[in-house]
Design a protein around this ligand. Structure first.
Ligand code: M6R
Length: 597
């Protein structure tokens, strides 16, 4: 989604703004721009497309200034274009904005009646007009900024400049992340701490409704009521190399290869009484809801299977964007577990706020520990995956599954728990072994999936969650239309899509459901479909006469097998994307963190 950077630098602000913007590229964007404040004027450069277009503009005609703001835009209101790109300038003000101004239409009409002329189709431009109008009314810059914020409805993060306060930068956050950083060479603001990885030594996250004024000397923060906020800055935890590809071609590849290490960390994350969350919460729950979007939802789906099977606790996975609207019957005796890499996904946050209003206790599993979700939930567990830059979630899904499995195990029946614990603890080694199967997965992708215009993924139980994950990744980064279906459902509809050579990826470890999967495979083979099997050695041997290609993963149990298969499904999609010459880190139209509903 959109990204914000801002700086009051010791020298020229452009190098920082451009470095910061390039560290935000992973979030997805379609245009970018910067504005610099110097000697009483604001200069702006904006370009449609990626940062190379903006870089070229800056090279030909560099603006100067030590105070500046920058933005990568992911279009919501108005098509990607130079005019719609941020910063927006009105008179002596310039702003950049993430989020949606929900009363943007009404504000636009009111401003137009007073003579305002809009030059973009965005909702964001109203912010610059309001700021300008309040300054024109004679308010001091800080008050004009506060009045502007009061007029806005919705969730947003904003950074703003004005010639009326030539040594300041203004920032505000309402239900959207914004972080202030301080380093040896300046004071910074960004929508993602990663943008400040090399410059800031300490960080302060703005809380909901807070605004800040940055100057060369430092910054002051006020809450929504205008009272000063004092908060101790945190040490910057990110290293700049964590935002680099570490010699790999793509971030997605690098992050897939980091999975075993990340899994070992997820296995070591303390789940304890120290932060007030206890296993009894789950054991005594009337119902556990696992909520998330996209891959995070699939992790919840696998968890609901484990929770019911191993612990006998009623559990269901819910798509967060649907949950609030479908009128689920909730009780204070329920537990809602929110799963999110970013901790900023708007739909998941809305579902969390809904649960809070209904009095349902909430637990968040996040990768970004300083995220809004982590701050809002009653309890938070970090999945410990480390920064993930690739838009596709890879190692984070694996870590989410591991942590959710550990939650299920913490309330499992003793007989079930022992074996499952051993299964889980062997995962880092087995994930490493699975990575060594990359070449076989690459061949499967190249020979069967990439040449096809449709792929069907099938699985059962937690393997169904893996089938969904495989299909989502295949659509997301390889742009191949794909479906994930429960294998038993195939004959109720999806089988109609199977023709000669249609590739069907079957997720089938050699377990109690394997005979049923074998029947499904017979049905596919009988129709000429190309069976691409993800299994283990026994599964491969038992189905060798049916399959076109099979990859034998290390044998594992009820929990370990779907996790290993999920890694294989991700690698398969990665190889499809590369075979088709798509950049898996930058899938079209997608954003890493989806901060609008
Ligand atoms: O940050 P979150 O985990 O809340 O994100 C949820 C989804 O947007 C995310 O998993 C998405 O589906 C990925 N692009 C999948 O690879």
């Amino acid at each position: 989604m959109c990204g914000i950077v801002g700086a009051i630098a010791d020298g020229d602000a452009i190098p920082f703004l451009m470095k910061g913007l390039s560290r935000l590229e992973y979030r997805g964007y379609d245009s970018a721009g910067v504005a610099l404040l110097s000697e009483g004027t604001i200069e702006r450069r904006r370009a449609k497309g990626d940062l190379s277009a903006l870089r070229e503009l800056l090279r030909r005609n560099p603006p100067r200034g030590a105070i500046g703001i920058g933005h990568t835009r992911w279009a919501t209101h108005g098509a990607p274009s130079e005019k719609n790109a941020h910063p927006h300038i009105v008179g002596e003000t310039a702003i950049v904005h993430n989020g949606i101004i929900e009363n943007g239409g009404a504000l636009k009409n009111a401003l137009r009646e007073k003579g305002a002329i809009f030059t973009s189709q965005t909702d964001s431009e109203v912010i610059a007009h309001l700021f300008h109008a309040f300054l024109a009314d004679g308010l001091a810059a800080e008050d004009a900024f506060a009045k502007t914020l009061e007029s806005l409805e919705g969730a947003f993060a904003i950074a703003a400049l004005t010639c009326s306060a030539p040594n300041s930068l203004f920032a505000a956050a309402r239900r959207s992340p914004l972080v202030i950083g301080r380093g040896g060479a300046g004071v910074y603001v960004a929508s993602d701490a990663l943008a400040l990885a090399a410059e800031a030594e300490s960080l302060i996250h703005l809380e909901d409704g807070e605004r800040a004024r940055l100057t060369r000397e430092g910054f002051s923060i006020l809450n929504a009521e205008g009272r000063a906020v004092k908060r101790v800055p945190k040490k910057m935890a990110l290293q700049s190399e964590e935002a680099s590809k570490g010699g790999r071609r793509f971030f997605m590849e690098k992050e897939i290869y980091e999975t075993p290490e990340a899994a070992a960390r997820a296995l070591a994350v303390p789940i304890g009484e120290e932060d007030g969350f206890s296993a009894a919460r789950m054991r005594d729950a009337r119902q556990i809801f696992f909520l998330g979007c996209g891959s995070a939802f699939y992790a919840g789906l696998a968890a609901s299977c484990w929770m019911e099977k191993l612990a006998g606790v009623s559990a269901r996975a819910e798509i967060a964007s649907e949950f609030r609207h479908r009128g689920a019957a909730l009780s204070k005796r329920d537990l809602a577990v929110f799963v999110s890499q970013s901790g900023e996904t708007a739909d998941t946050l809305s579902a969390l706020r809904h649960c809070e209003r209904e009095g349902v206790p909430t637990l968040a599993l996040v990768n970004v520990v300083e995220s809004t979700m982590a701050r809002l939930a009653d309890w938070t567990l970090s999945i410990g995956a480390g920064p993930e830059i690739g838009v596709a979630s890879t190692k984070t899904l694996i870590c989410q599954m591991i942590l959710l499995a550990r939650l299920a195990l913490s309330v499992a029946k003793p007989a079930e728990a022992k074996e499952a614990r051993e299964d889980l603890s062997s995962l880092p080694r087995k994930l490493q072994e699975a990575l060594a199967l990359s070449e076989a997965l690459r061949a499967m992708a190249k020979d069967y999936l990439a040449p096809s215009d449709y792929v069907l993924y099938l699985g059962r139980g937690a393997g169904y969650a893996v089938a969904l994950e495989g299909a989502l990744k295949c659509k997301e980064i390889a742009y191949i239309p794909s479906d994930g279906a429960p294998a038993g459902e195939m004959k109720h509809g999806p089988i109609a899509l199977i023709q000669e050579k249609t590739p069907v990826v079957v997720v089938a470890p050699y377990d109690r459901l394997f005979p049923k999967m074998l029947s499904n495979m017979e049905e596919i083979a009988a129709r000429g479909g190309y069976l691409c099997l993800l299994t283990d050695a026994e599964g491969a041997a038992a189905s060798k006469d049916l399959t076109r290609a099979s990859v034998a993963l290390p044998a594992a149990g009820e929990i370990g097998a779907p996790i290993l298969h999920a890694l294989a499904a991700q690698m398969l999609a990665y190889h499809c994307a590369v075979a088709l010459k798509h950049n898996p880190d930058r899938p079209r139209n997608l954003a890493k963190s989806v901060t609008v509903e």
